[in-house]
Design a protein around this ligand. Structure first.
Ligand code: PEP
Length: 255
């Protein structure tokens, strides 16, 4: 089954809204129509830049879509500092990360929280990018497959077959994020294949075949082509390299 490549740039806690506007304009200027016909591209800024970038994407019909880095589990109410799925959906946010390793490790998001976020994102008509990945200790202990299928199974608990058409998975080995260490293309593919097999088992072969699985962890213009050449890797979730218009556009071109 043909799966359209999907490259998303997670800006993390970087860039003011003004810097974000500049980066999106420069990136969009560098992308050709042929590239964006072939590859879906998204930017995932901090909450504070969402409105400005939404206006830019809509107003100038830029060939990009918008994502958010996190979402609250609750619908609304006394949750100071939190941002709801309804608020994101009202800004035309199309993608929302759930379970990024920085949220799991630094902010203590549990598998149950991640599952609740996936459900909230779907409830408000957006598309979750469920992030999963093993730590270095888990990898060295030979637990990669178990960790991946556990995180996928817990993250997708209670999701319907129909809603799976809107879910993307990002395989991000924790030891490869922001470290400059990329998994070999073969290892990255093995992780993605494990995730695909888990999804086929949880749902069915068609759902497993159709789901978009990104690889993430120090993806750069220089290594994206060999990663994308792997049969189970359909795209990339990019951190550091998405902060440079040259690198991000080159990465899309090489995908
Ligand atoms: C990420 O934050 O999801 C990520 C993969 O970061 P980097 O590309 O910088 O490793």
């Amino acid at each position: 089954m043909a799966r359209k490549p999907f490259i998303a740039g997670n800006w993390k806690m970087n860039l003011t809204h003004l810097e974000g506007i500049k980066l999106v304009q420069e990136t969009a200027y560098k992308l050709t129509k042929a590239e964006t016909d072939k590859v879906d591209v998204a930017v995932i800024p901090a909450f504070t830049a969402l409105r400005s970038i939404q206006t830019l994407i809509d107003g100038d019909r830029l060939p990009l879509s918008l994502g958010a880095q996190d979402v609250a589990i609750e619908d609304s109410g006394a949750f100071t500092g939190a941002v709801s799925a309804e608020m994101l959906a009202a800004l035309d946010v199309r993608w929302v990360l759930a379970g990024h390793s920085e949220r799991r490790e630094i902010f203590g998001d549990t598998d149950a929280d991640v599952n609740a976020k996936v459900k909230q994102i779907l409830k408000y008509g957006m598309n979750p990018i469920l992030c999963v990945g093993e730590t270095l200790d888990q990898r060295e202990a030979g637990e990669t497959d178990t960790v991946l299928s556990h995180q996928v199974t817990k993250g997708l608990a209670g999701i319907s077959h129909d809603d799976m058409a809107r879910v993307v998975i990002a395989y991000e080995p924790v030891w490869a994020i922001g470290t400059g260490k990329t998994a070999t293309p073969e290892d990255a593919n093995t992780g993605c294949a494990t995730i695909r097999a888990t999804i086929a088992q949880l749902f069915n072969e068609d759902v497993g075949d159709a789901i978009i699985i990104q690889y993430g962890g120090s993806v750069k213009p220089g290594n994206v082509a060999e990663l994308m050449a792997q049969p189970d890797i359909d795209g990339a979730l990019v951190g550091g390299a998405s902060l440079s218009a040259d690198d991000f556009a080159a990465l899309v071109a090489a995908s």
